[in-house]
Design a binder for this molecule. Structure first.
Ligand SMILES: [Zn+2]
Length: 418
């Protein structure tokens, strides 16, 4: 594995140095030439890449091949202004379906399964990622996409789907709607769930497994690195095997940026060693995890990462959409009637994430008539929907009524039991 990783790393570094000005500049700043990278031991010499580097080079500035070689473009959802864009060559798509097929196989899926892909299809990598992975494995793919729960149940029952792929919260939501929609557990043949795109706990796993009578597996990935398919948990369900022949993981201290010894918790960093469209060097995911190189009882020798439990920044994942509190702040700053004091309450009702924003109205406006305050509420809701793509319940509150914190302001109260 180390030999394979080293050869691929050396090749990738050379490609980006000569094809991506951004990386050439960063390597020159670090006084590095491609020949200074001779094996995976030299990985730590290389500079990090962060999400804003992708945004600063929007849309295609980090692509390492001409656009004529790019056959697919995806983009991240839920960020204000510029999304982060990724491009895939034909070879990238082939590797993506290969690693996603491995994830499905790791979860016990075979060509005899019918896979209902209830992730969204579109710029988001979830739907198409799982779709081509399941096709590659030889499954019968049901590309239903997300939403429309009654239809999900009808198709699952009529087509005899044996595998469901979606976010874990949507899986719970469908399960809870089953009885109301007139279906009994014996009407469905589901046996495996492939759930990802948001963090979830072991408790949530047991709840889903009990409600559906299935084995629930965790699939990990992020669009910058590839999409779903970077890692997945095997039948042991005690860590996710990382496809390290394509994505080399490291764990760093998010403050000092030092690589941490094996077994330490820290921020997960990936270097993509085979990607052609947009290779990434030491991409900081902001996800917190631990790497485990012990042999796994399933027989696989791929390194395992612990299930993601948190982040090293303040990003929230709401219904699969990435949300930073700063995006809300940005919208409120443009409203002269509100003060910059707000509190965001995140909760989960019927397994769907809900958001309520409490915002203080500026004293000068608070005396206004109720109808004007209602108009203001609607305006804020509309502006948030436009900027973030999420519907957020807005509640105006009196000036100086929200708790002030000393030091770093607490803007988010997450009541979800993740
Ligand atoms: Zn294993």
């Amino acid at each position: 594995m180390r030999k394979c990783q080293s050869e691929r790393l050396v090749n990738m570094v050379e490609r980006v140095y000569y094809n991506v000005p951004f990386y050439r500049n960063k390597m020159q700043e670090a006084h590095l030439m491609p020949e200074d990278i001779r094996s995976v031991d030299d990985l730590k010499k290389l500079p990090f890449t962060i999400k804003s580097d992708l945004r600063d080079n929007y849309p295609f500035g980090l692509f390492a091949v001409p656009m004529s070689e790019i056959v697919r473009i995806h983009a991240s959802s839920g960020t204000t202004g510029k999304p982060t864009t990724v491009g895939y060559t034909r070879h990238d798509l082939s590797i993506w379906s290969e690693v996603t097929a491995r994830c499905l196989a790791m979860s016990g899926v075979t060509r005899h399964d019918a896979v209902q892909v209830a992730y969204g299809y579109g710029l988001f990598t979830g739907g198409l990622g799982l779709h081509y992975g399941a096709e590659r494995l030889g499954c019968s793919v049901i590309p239903i996409s997300g939403g429309n729960t009654p239809r999900q149940m009808q198709i699952m029952s009529d087509f005899g789907a044996t595998v469901l792929a979606c976010t874990p919260s949507y899986a719970l939501h469908i399960a809870d709607s089953m009885a109301d929609l007139g279906y009994k557990p014996e009407d469905i043949k589901l046996r495996i769930g492939i759930f990802g795109a948001e963090p979830w706990t072991e408790n949530m796993r047991s709840t889903i497994e009990e409600k559906w009578h299935i084995k629930a597996h965790d699939i990990y990935g992020l669009s910058e690195v590839m999409g779903p398919g970077v890692a997945n948990d095997c039948e042991c369900q005690n860590g996710l095997h990382v496809h390290e022949d394509h994505f080399i993981p490291e764990i760093i201290d998010p403050e000092t940026l030092e690589v941490l010894p094996e077994g330490s918790e820290g921020e997960l960093v990936f270097t993509t060693i085979t990607k052609e469209g947009i290779p990434l060097i030491r991409y900081r995911t902001r996800d917190l995890s631990v790497l485990n190189y012990e042999p796994c009882s399933c027989g696989r020798t791929l390194v395992k990462m612990r299930k993601i439990t948190g982040r090293s920044d303040d990003m929230l994942i709401i219904r699969g959409v990435n949300l930073f509190p700063s995006q809300i702040e940005h919208v409120l700053l443009e409203m002269k009637e509100t003060s910059p004091h707000y509190m965001l309450y995140v909760d989960r009702q019927n397994n769907l994430d809900t958001l309520e924003l409490q915002v203080e109205v500026d004293a000068a406006y608070f005396e206004d008539r109720i109808s004007e305050l209602q108009t203001l509420t609607r305006r804020i809701q509309h502006a948030l929907q436009n900027a973030i793509g999420l519907s957020i319940k807005v509640k105006l509150v009196e000036p100086k009524s929200l708790t002030r914190s000393e030091g770093k302001a607490k803007r988010v109260i997450d009541l979800r039991k993740l």
